[in-house]
Design a protein around this ligand. Structure first.
Ligand SMILES: Nc1ncnc2c1ncn2[C@@H]1O[C@H](COP(=O)(O)OP(=O)(O)OP(=O)(O)O)[C@@H](O)[C@H]1O
Ligand SMILES: [Mg+2]
Length: 449
C-alpha cells in the first residue's frame, strides 16, 4: 500500500503532519519519564555548577531526541508496501472474506462470476488436493449435474445442492452446496485483490458416514445370523421333545445335550458382544494401573491348562527377565492371552504345542513388551491376514463354528490393544504355523515402588 507519491506537496505535508502528531503523542506518552529525568538532571547540573541556561538547552535537546528515537519501532507510522495498514495508526481488517472462509473447518471453495476457482480453504485443499486457485471446478469432478448446477447458480442466484460420487483416486460420495453471493457483497469484496466471489461451494464428505452406516447394517446382520442359527436349532428340538420324542427318554437325553451346547454358544456370543462394546466404549481411556505382564500372563495361562489338556496339547510359558511393568487392565490382558491361546489350541495341530513368551523389544528410543503366542498349526493364507480382526471374520466359518468360535475374539483383542495404546501383530505361514503378538509400552517401574 503506497502512502504518498513523489513530488506531491499535499501528501508530503500530510506525512510531515503525521510525523509531528506521532512525535507529540510519543512526548505525551513519555512525559512522566522525561519530567522525572529532567528534575534529576537539573539537580545534578546545579550541584555540579552548570549554568541554568546550559541546562535548559540540554533538556530541550533531550526531549526532542526522545520524541524522535524509535518513531518506527512499532510499525505504526511508516508501514511498508503490502502491509495491512491504512492511514497512520489505523489498521484495516486482515484477509477479508478469504480469512473468513479459511477459519471454517468444513471444505469450502469460492468461484468468481466466470466460474473460476478464486479461493480454496485449507479443509478443501486437504479433501481435494487437485483443487487450485485459477483452475476450473471440473478439477474436482466432471459430474455433468454438478457443472450444470454451477452455471445455473451463477445465472439465477438460487442455491442448489448436488451429490457426486467419485471412483478415483478413492471411492467417495460428496454433497456440494452451491450458494450465490449478493451483489452488495461484491462491492465490499472488491476491496480485496482479485475478482469478487460469486459462488460459495461448501463440500460435505459423506464417505465416512456411509461406511459407518454399512458397518452398522453388516454388524446387525452378522450378529442376528449368529444368534438365529442356535436359536432355530433350540426351537426345533423343543418341538421334537414335545412331539415325537415325548415318550423316548434316550432321545430326550441326546437332544437336551445338543440344546445345552447351542444355549452355551448363544450365551458366548452375547458375552463377546458385550465385551466388545465395553472395550470400545472405554477405548479412549487408557488404563493407568501398573501391572506385571509376567504375572498376568502366567495367571491367564494357568486358567487355560484344563482346556489344553482336553485338546491333548502342550502349553508352555517363557516369562521375560525381571519385572515386566505395563500400564494395563488385568482383566483385559487376561482376555487377550486367553483369546490368542484358545485360537492356538483350536486351530493349531491336534496334540501340538502352543508357546507363550513375554519378550522385551526396543522400538526407537522406547522399550516395549511383547506377548507372543505361537502355534505350529496349518497357518493362515496371506490374503486373510489383514481381515482377521474384523468382526465375525473367519477363514473357515464352518470349522470355527464347530469349534465354538463366534468370530469376535481377534476383534476384541484389537480393541484392547488400541485401548492400551499397543498393537497386535500377526505373522503366519501356510504349513508352518502362526505367531500372534500383543505389543505394549514398558513402564520403568510401578509408580508405588
Ligand atoms: N492360530 C490360528 N491359526 C489358524 N487360524 C487362526 C488362528 N487364530 C485365528 N485364526 C482364524 O481367524 C479367525 C478369527 O479368529 P477369532 O479369534 O476372531 O474368531 P474365532 O476364534 O472364530 O471365534 P472366537 O474367538 O470369538 O471364539 C478364526 O475363525 C480362524 O479362522
Ligand atoms: Mg478366537
Amino acid at each position: 500500500m503506497q502512502l504518498w507519491r513523489d513530488n506531491d506537496p499535499q501528501s508530503i505535508a500530510g506525512v510531515l503532519g503525521a510525523m509531528l502528531a506521532t512525535a507529540t503523542d510519543r512526548i505525551r506518552r513519555r512525559a512522566l519519564l522525561l519530567v522525572v529525568a529532567a528534575i534529576v538532571g537539573g539537580i545534578c547540573a546545579l550541584l555540579a555548577g552548570v549554568s541554568a541556561w546550559l541546562f535548559a538547552l540540554g533538556a530541550c535537546l533531550a526531549l526532542g531526541l526522545a520524541a524522535l528515537i524509535g518513531l518506527d519501532d512499532d510499525g505504526g507510522a511508516f508501514a511498508r508496501d503490502g502491509e495491512h495498514h491504512g492511514r497512520f495508526g489505523e489498521a484495516e481488517p486482515v484477509g477479508g472474506w478469504r480469512a473468513v472462509l479459511d477459519a471454517v473447518p468444513d471444505p469450502i471453495l469460492a468461484l468468481d462470476e466466470a466460474g473460476t476457482i478464486i479461493h480454496v480453504n485449507p479443509a478443501a485443499r486437504e479433501l481435494h488436493v487437485n483443487a487450485r486457485v485459477g483452475g476450473q471446478p471440473s478439477l474436482l469432478t466432471r459430474d455433468p449435474e454438478f457443472l450444470q448446477a454451477i452455471d445455473e447458480v451463477i445465472d439465477d442466484g438460487r442455491q442448489r445442492t448436488v451429490e457426486v460420487q467419485e471412483r478415483v483416486p478413492i471411492d467417495r460420495r460428496v454433497r456440494i452446496t452451491l450458494t450465490a453471493l449478493a451483489e452488495t457483497f461484491e462491492d465490499e469484496a472488491a476491496t480485496d485483490a482479485g475478482s469478487p466471489p460469486r459462488v460459495i461451494m461448501a463440500l460435505h464428505d459423506l464417505t465416512e458416514q456411509d461406511r459407518l452406516g454399512r458397518m452398522r447394517v453388516d454388524f446387525v446382520a452378522n450378529a442376528s445370523h449368529e444368534l438365529r442359527t442356535p436359536l432355530a436349532s433350540l426351537v426345533g428340538f423343543i418341538e421334537t421333545l414335545q412331539g415325537r420324542a415325548s415318550s423316548d427318554p434316550a432321545a430326550q437325553q441326546r437332544f437336551l445335550g445338543i440344546m445345552s451346547q447351542q444355549a452355551a454358544r448363544m450365551s458366548r456370543l452375547v458375552e463377546d458382544l458385550l465385551s466388545l462394546s465395553r472395550v470400545e466404549m472405554r477405548e479412549h481411556l487408557p488404563p493407568r494401573t501398573a501391572i506385571d505382564l509376567n504375572e498376568t500372563v502366567a495367571a491367564a495361562i494357568q486358567a487355560l491348562e484344563p482346556v489344553a489338556r482336553a485338546s491333548e496339547a502342550t502349553l508352555t510359558f517363557i516369562p521375560c527377565e525381571g519385572p515386566a511393568i505395563v500400564l494395563g487392565e488385568t482383566d483385559e490382558i487376561v482376555q487377550v492371552v486367553q483369546n490368542l491361546v484358545q485360537n492356538g489350541l483350536k486351530y493349531g495341530r491336534p496334540g501340538g504345542t502352543v508357546e507363550v513368551a513375554v519378550r522385551r523389544i526396543r522400538q526407537g528410543p522406547s522399550m516395549r513388551l511383547a506377548v507372543a503366542v505361537r502355534d505350529k498349526g496349518p497357518g493362515i493364507a496371506p490374503d486373510h491376514l489383514p481381515r482377521l480382526t474384523e468382526r465375525f471374520y473367519r477363514v473357515n466359518a464352518k470349522s470355527s463354528r464347530e469349534k465354538g468360535g463366534t468370530g469376535l475374539g481377534l476383534a476384541i483383542v484389537k480393541h484392547i490393544a488400541n485401548r492400551h495404546r499397543g498393537e497386535l501383530r500377526i505373522e503366519s505361514e501356510l504349513g508352518k504355523g502362526s505367531i500372534f503378538t500383543f505389543v505394549i509400552d514398558e513402564q520403568a517401574r510401578r509408580p508405588s515402588d
